[in-house]
Design a protein around this ligand. Structure first.
Ligand code: MN
Length: 244
């Protein structure tokens, strides 16, 4: 099996190395990742300048750094390698739970693979630290991959690991109410600046990704690319609307 690995923290993040170490138990691994951090870039793609694809020394792994976004890296990685079977993204330093999915570059790398017809899994670690110990997490990443590869579906999965997992659970995406705040400040030259902070105002719903991780469970959330509200659509007129 051919496994392409990317992330949004950049090719030198410790999380991508940990993911590659586990992936190597399943097949041939190639890393194609951004040359600098691209967190919270969502599914941005580069269309106004050329991309570069440079070989990078990562020990046993064939690796390439790209001056682009996570979605660019996956598109280019799939183009430059003949028919990979699986794309993995991460392990992100920080969670991608609930509404965080909307701006996550880690999840976008997996989404890009899914758009291009390749099965994909995004991995994130719910931690605030810069250099977590990935060793105790590797058996959980491996167990998740075994479980996902045993079943032909789902094709796109968002995985969040708590710092000290005790089990693995299928979940749904938490959609909580948030209170958006803007914190104003002043830079060293006396200029105003602004900092966005979003704080949840409700507790996580039982069975959701955020609920699972807060209970020390690895959360597996199946995603699909169609975000249409089909339940609502079924209640709306099927016929073309009259011109006003
Ligand atoms: Mn990141």
């Amino acid at each position: 099996m051919r496994i392409l690995i990317s992330n949004d923290d950049g090719i030198f993040s410790p999380g991508i190395r940990a993911l590659a170490d586990v992936a190597a138990h399943f097949g041939d691994v190639r890393i194609v990742a951004p040359d600098m951090e691209q967190s919270a870039k969502s599914h941005a793609v580069t269309i106004h300048r050329p991309l570069r694809y440079h070989a990078t020394d990562m020990g046993d792994f064939k690796a390439f750094r790209v001056n682009g976004t996570p979605a660019d890296c996956v598109a280019l990685g799939l183009y430059r390698w003949d028919k990979p079977d699986l794309v993995l993204s991460g392990i992100n330093l920080g969670s991608n739970l609930g509404n965080e999915i909307w701006h996550s570059g880690t999840v976008a790398a997996a989404k890009q693979a899914s758009l291009l017809g390749v099965r994909a899994v995004a991995f994130s670690l719910a931690t605030e630290g810069d250099s977590p110990d990935f060793e105790p997490l590797k058996p959980y990443v491996e167990r998740v991959l075994i479980h996902l590869l045993e079943t032909p579906t789902p094709r796109l999965v968002n995985v969040n690991l708590p710092p000290e997992p005790e089990g693995i659970q299928w979940t749904f995406q938490s959609v909580r109410a948030y209170e958006g705040k803007v914190v104003e400040g002043c830079d060293p030259l006396g200029r105003d600046h602004f900092w966005f902070v979003a704080e949840p105002t409700t507790r996580p719903e039982k069975g959701s990704d955020r609920w699972a991780v807060s209970n020390n469970m690895v959360a597996l959330t199946p995603l699909h690319l169609d975000v249409s509200d089909h339940e609502l659509l079924n209640t709306l007129p099927k016929e073309p609307l009259q011109n006003m």
